[in-house]
Design a protein around this ligand. Structure first.
Ligand SMILES: Cc1cc2nc3c(=O)[nH]c(=O)nc-3n(C[C@H](O)[C@H](O)[C@H](O)COP(=O)(O)O)c2cc1C
Length: 346
């Protein structure tokens, strides 16, 4: 059956850490030849859960003990009263939570999810792991030892998942050159004129197209938020220069279609980037800022609509989807870099 003999890794993230942790789990599963599938909870049909053999949930806590947006539908489904206490009989699961013990409701979501899955008859593979931002190594301080236990326990419970056992791993260097994102370069002559001339932020279509190509914005992480483009018309500092915090009064005008909102709704703002930093990055990578590109997840094909995406200039793509000046690299960046150094030096 389609949903069997695979380790399912489901994640829910608000700011990317849970996705990072889930991807790490998937890579480590891959290195152990363990068939696996990685999905956002938003993209998973919870009706299928009773058919799964083994599921790892990687979920963060946000707000004041709240679930990430992409988990809300799944969580509501799980809370239905008509689900019996043996609905998940035969389903092996475990939970890894990401949180911060500085918050009162520390890792609340992972704890609640773990309890609910158990109440619904699921069987734990191993005790939940709780990653803590306060740990000197962040959530990875817990994830590393937790993962080692996970492979050992999985091997005991479901040896067919790990054909070579928990400790035989394929070298990173063999798997590393499989990119997650595929970039297609388009011939400028083949593109309709209004695509090729729109090089700045004046076209909402260009903005939307570039944003939709960002890996974090693929269908896997759509949280149902309306996209809306605004023009900032006022930006006034409300605090004195050396106050320590920078509090501002912003005013925006709708730049694309207006959206409905109520008092208390939250607006997520994607700031622009320093143009000089973007230019320097593109030069450093030896890329042509005027190339027309589309970006899509490697496993997707044109049937999923990616072929119909409007190409954007490489510079626009970098400006709108990457943080070249202030992002701090995650651990995987250094792992990957290490492998390439090994390639170059061997
Ligand atoms: C606005 C905000 C609210 C948070 N609220 C909580 C909380 O209530 N409980 C908790 O344990 N951690 C809380 N955290 C910490 C996050 O869970 C932690 O940083 C986690 O690594 C984020 O993972 P994510 O990037 O996958 O969303 C909060 C973080 C932010 C930024």
């Amino acid at each position: 059956m389609q949903h069997q003999h695979r380790l399912l890794i489901l994640y829910a993230t608000q700011t990317g850490n849970a996705l990072d942790a889930a991807e790490r789990l998937a890579r480590e599963a891959e290195r152990r030849s363990c068939p696996n599938k990685l999905l956002s909870l938003h993209d998973y049909d919870p009706n299928l859960l009773p058919q799964e053999e083994a599921v790892i949930f990687v979920v963060s806590t946000t707000g004041q003990g709240d679930a990430p947006d992409s988990m809300k539908v799944f969580w509501r489904f799980l809370l239905q009263r008509n689900l019996s206490n043996h609905w998940l009989k035969g389903v092996h699961y475990t939970v890894f939570g990401l949180g911060d013990s500085g918050y009162q409701k520390y890792n609340f979501v992972a704890k609640k999810l773990d309890k609910r899955l158990m109440d619904l008859g699921g069987t734990t593979i191993l005790e939940r792991g709780l990653g803590d931002d306060q740990h000197p190594s962040g959530y990875e301080g817990t994830l590393d030892p937790w993962m080692s236990s996970l492979w050992r326990m999985l091997n005991t419970i479901k040896p067919e998942f790990l054909p070579n056992g928990p400790d035989v791993v394929i070298q990173d260097t063999v798997l590393i050159d499989q990119p997650k994102v595929q970039i297609t370069y388009h011939n400028i002559e083949n593109i309709e004129s209004h695509f090729s001339t729109a090089s700045d932020f004046t076209s909402p279509d260009i903005l939307r197209s570039a944003r939709s190509m960002h890996p974090g914005n693929s269908s896997s992480d759509k949280s149902g938020h309306p996209d809306c483009f605004l023009k900032m018309v006022k930006n006034l500092p409300l605090t004195k220069p050396n106050f320590g915090k920078d509090v501002r009064h912003f005013e925006f005008e709708f730049f694309s279609d207006a959206v409905q909102y109520d008092t208390g709704d939250v607006l997520e703002i994607l700031p622009g980037q320093d143009s000089a930093a973007v230019d320097a990055f593109i030069r450093r990578c030896n890329l042509d800022p005027d190339s027309l590109i589309t970006a899509s997840p490697r496993e997707m094909d044109d049937c999923n609509g990616h072929g119909s995406r409007m190409p954007v200039k490489l510079k626009t793509f970098v400006e709108l989807t990457m943080d070249v000046a202030s992002a701090s690299p995650r651990r995987y960046f250094f792992e990957a870099r290490c492998c390439y150094e090994l390639f170059c030096n061997s």
